[in-house]
Every structure is written in C-alpha cells, then in structure tokens.
Design a protein around this ligand. Structure first.
Ligand code: CA
Length: 555
C-alpha cells in the first residue's frame, strides 16, 4: 500500500512540475486562471479580459517596470506572451524564448533558422504572433511555412512539419490554436495569389490531420462563386488565431481578401474569402460560414479575432460571436448557426457601403462601390485598405459589456488594375494612394456591440496598432506606435497612466498574478504594416528594437 501511494505521489509530482503538463482541461479554464496566461486571446473566447483588480483606476498610477528583456531583434514585435507556472513563453520571427516571469532571466532561447530568401516575400512585416502550449510542448509557426513543437522545459525541437512550399508566397505568422486535442494553423499570403487554407496537426507527432481550403475549388460547395480557374489564386489567407467554443465543439476562424483585389477579375461571391468559418476542430469540416464582404475590392480581410461572449440579445442572454470587421461594421452573430443579430457602423468614416442588410447579412453597397465595379475607374473610398480596424485584437469586458478596440480612420484613392499572376510575386490587382484625415488617424474606442455606437474614444494622431487588454480593475491597456504603453479608464476613456517603452508598440498586452502581485507584460518593437506602408514621417524618430516589458504596482 505504502509503495503504491509513493508511486501515485511521484506521478502527481511529475504532472505538477513546472512547464511539463499542459492539459486540455487547463486550456479550457484558461480565461479564469489568473495565475497563468494559457491561451492566445487570454481564453478560448479571445476576450482579453482579466478578473484581476490589484491594478485599478487608482493604483495604475503607480505602475512601474519590473524588468525588460531584449529580443535582440529589430523587427516588429506582434507576439502575445504566454505564462505558465512562473515562466513567460515568447516568440519573434526568428526565435522562441522562455523567461523567468519574476526576474526576466532567460531560461532558454531556440532560434529559427531560415533559408536566405524567406523574409523578402512576406507582405506586411517580418513577424510572429505567438505560441500555443499543450502537454509540455510549445507550438509555433515560421515564415517559411513550418509548424514546430518545442519542449517547454528545454526549448529542444520535438517535431517540425511543413505545410507547403513557401516560395510562391505562402507564410505563417499566426499563433497556433490547440482545440479538442488538435493544433490548428492558418496560412498567410493572399497578396501573392495563394489559395488559402487552415490545417489540423497531431500535437504528439506533427502528423498532418486535415486541411480545409478557404477558397472553394471544383467539387466543393461554393465552387460556382469562382469563374474558370480563378480559385487557384483566390487568396483567402487565415492569418489570425481563431476562437473556440468547447461546448459546441466549434472553432471560429476568419479569412482574408480574394486574390487579386480587382473584383472584376473573379466575379462572384468568392467563397470563403472575407468570411468567418465555423469548423469542427477534429476534422476541419465547415459547419457554417458567414461572409462579410462578398467579392471584396478593397482588401477588407476578415481575419481579425472572432470574440465569443454571452450578451443580451432581445433581452435574453445569448451565445454570440463578435467581430469588428475591417470593412467598418461591427457584427454580432448567433454562434450556433451563423445567423446575423446586428451589424452596425463603428468605423468613424465608412463610405463604401450604406449599411448591412439585416436579412441577408450582405453589405448594401454605396454608389462609389457600384461605380468601381462598373468602370474600374479611380474612386475615393473609406476606410482604406488597412480598414476601420486592422488585426490588432480588441478586448471585450463582460462587466461593462463594451468592446475596446484600436480603430483607424483614413481612406484611399483606389484604382483596380489587371495583373498577371506570377508565382512568388505580389498579386495586388490595384493601385492605392492614402487619403488622410485632418486630425487623428486612430481612436481607441469603447464600442457597444449591438449598436456599434461609440461610448468613448481616445484619439491618437499616429494610429495605435497594439492589442487591447481590459481588467476588472476598470482599466484598459493599449500601446502607441510612438512607444507609450498606456492605461485608460474603462468607463470614461480618460488616460490614467503611460510609460515610454523605447520603441513602437504592436504587441498584445497580457496580465497575470504571481505570489500576490499582478503583472502586466507587453512586447514592443516597431516595423509592422503601418510603418511599412504609411510613409508617416512622424515615425522616423521612433527607434526599432524589440523587447519585452513587465510592469507591476510599486508598493
Ligand atoms: Ca489582405
């Protein structure tokens, strides 16, 4: 008996040893586990809300840096840290790192070696958005289209699987999702005329389990929405991590623009581009889809986070999916079946469509969009190709019922072009020139999901591109491209605190509690889509330099 108990005790010790176990059950509780940050989006629902409140509207004024860790990397840092048993796991495009959460001391660093030609074929920043952890392994993706599993304890590579030859323009920047025991990844590269897909992988071995194309091919439902062989270069990238409802056993994953942007070169709805797909994580089977922008001309990728919550709809608590779409409308869907509950304008200036048809869910296109379809002539349209909100993830606070999002406000002069597809070359199909507003180009907004109305907004001349975090302390965290990490009052939008981090912020802040102290972490480092394509001269004075900052309230 004693021997048996000892064996059981040892087994329990083994399971509990730091960095070793990461069970499915822990991931399911991720949103409520304040001692760890187990999921991308701080929970399968991607709410990025923490019930912690040591840092509140008063104490946030005493927030000070605890440590800073250099990534030794001059690229944009868009990765979300994960925290497990006192260890932070972070990624850059060319390394994965484990760092002691209290001291900032590096525990291990494993480099990603790339073929020399890899980086120049990536559209919008040489970046990575983070890892996923499960059963003692950390999963990440690479720019040359590999998925890698590392030992969480040592950083040693356990397996590596290639999704596809990267040379025609395929790449990975996405943080994987582990749902129902499957590692799920989505490909990037719609601006290179790829045919997009989402993959499932075996976490234990890296074996490829399934592939779901985001562009319907011959024989697929929706194939008729692509004329001729246009599906072959139909775009539909899937570069942001999906959400997961474990009760419905459904993953919700967004898809990008059709290739090329010129809609007249592939007339039809172009399923399943600019859509959300409801997928069975075990098989990749599409349960339902909802398309936001059929035959999209403007690069209104619908990849951004599909946030899950229970909110009142018609007075009844309802399981919804929320998306602040790049096309300027805030969508609330019934996540059991994809039915539309609401779609209202949240972008400051939206001219391409008058609204969204309540019954069909299709946009009611404005004259300017009809004109460009009829004539292929230059039009001015708002928002521009970066959208009313880009990939920067929003937060949903179930206590205030508001979504907090970094929104954008500028337009573009848009001219469709006829482009020949060439493997490995860009396949834009449009010339664009930005049209800037007089004042601020961005607003951190508190948005009412069902109406799209702005409760408050915090403007910024240079638009913000960071993720947003909200907490039960009534605080909303965001970061500026000019380097300030900022805290706002969740009820009024008043700025409560800021700290200059030394480089532009495009990372995704997270928070957790260890030994009685609440910490906040964010990756900083400039170099993403806005700094590459905006020509904003104000960023010339913002130095590159990736690093990880951790803050706490000084006692
Ligand atoms: Ca795109």
């Amino acid at each position: 008996m004693r021997r048996m108990m000892t064996a059981a005790f040892l087994a329990a010790l083994c399971l509990a040893s730091p960095g070793q176990a990461q069970t499915a059950a822990e991931l399911l509780r991720g949103a409520d586990d304040t001692k760890n940050v187990l999921n991308y989006g701080m929970g399968y629902h991607l709410q990025r809300f923490s019930p912690l409140k040591q840092i509140d509207k008063q104490s946030v004024k005493r927030l000070t840096p605890v440590w800073n860790y250099s990534y030794d990397d001059n690229r944009a840092e868009e990765s979300q840290p994960l925290v497990y048993n006192g260890v932070l796991y972070v990624t850059t495009h060319n390394a994965t790192m484990a760092v002691d959460a209290k001291t900032g001391k590096q525990l291990w660093k494993t480099k990603v070696e790339y073929p020399p030609e890899t980086p120049r074929i990536v559209c919008c920043g040489i970046i990575n958005r983070g890892g996923a952890i499960y059963e003692g392994k950390l999963f990440r993706t690479t720019l040359d289209a590999n998925v890698i599993a590392l030992d969480m304890k040592t950083g040693k590579e356990i397996w590596r699987s290639n999704a596809i030859d990267f040379k025609p323009g395929y790449s990975f920047t996405v943080a994987p999702l582990v749902a129902d025991g499957v590692v799920i990844t989505g490909i990037s590269g719609a601006e290179y005329g790829i045919r997009g897909f989402i993959d499932g992988w075996d976490p234990e071995t890296g074996k490829h389990l399934w592939r779901t194309y985001t562009v319907a091919g011959p024989g697929d439902p929706g194939a008729h929405t692509w004329p001729g062989d246009t599906w072959q270069h139909g775009g539909g990238s899937a570069w942001i991590t999906g959400s997961y409802d474990p009760e419905l056993k459904t993953v919700y994953w967004g898809t990008g623009n059709a290739g090329s942007w010129n809609p007249n070169t592939h007339k039809g709805d172009n399923l399943y581009t600019c859509s959300v797909l409801a997928l069975d994580p075990k098989t990749g089977k599409i349960k339902w889809h909802f398309q936001f922008s059929p035959n999209d001309p403007y690069d209104y990728d619908s990849v951004a986070e599909m946030v899950l919550a229970e909110i009142p709809v018609g007075g009844r608590p309802t399981k919804v999916l929320m998306n602040a779409n790049r096309n300027g409308f805030f969508y609330v869907l019934d996540r059991t079946n994809g039915q539309l509950f609401a779609a209202n304008k949240y972008g400051k200036t939206v001219t391409w469509a008058e609204g969204v048809d309540e019954k069909t869910g299709r946009p009611i296109e404005a004259a300017v969009t009809k004109h460009v379809r009829d004539t292929e002539q230059t039009v001015e349209v708002w928002p521009g190709a970066m959208g009313s909100k880009n990939w920067s993830p929003m937060s949903f606070n179930p206590q205030t019922g508001l979504a907090y999002a970094n929104t954008l406000d500028w337009g573009m002069k848009y001219t469709p072009t006829r482009e020949q597809y060439r493997a490995g070359a860009t396949y834009w199909g449009a010339d664009i020139e930005w049209v800037w507003p007089q004042g601020p180009r961005g607003y951190l907004k508190a948005i009412e999901p069902m109406t799209g109305k702005t409760r408050w907004e915090a403007p910024s001349d240079v638009p913000r591109f960071s993720g947003v975090l909200s907490t039960a302390g009534g605080v909303v965290f965001a970061g500026a491209l000019t380097g300030e990490f900022e805290a706002f009052d969740a009820d009024t939008g008043a700025k409560l605190w800021q700290f200059q981090t030394g480089s532009g912020i495009e990372g995704q802040p997270v928070t957790w509690e260890q030994d009685g102290t609440q910490y906040v972490a964010v990756s900083v480092g400039i170099g993403g889509v806005y700094s590459i394509f905006s020509g904003d001269e104000r960023l010339a004075a913002v130095p590159a330099g990736g690093s990880l900052w951790v803050f706490a309230v000084s006692k």
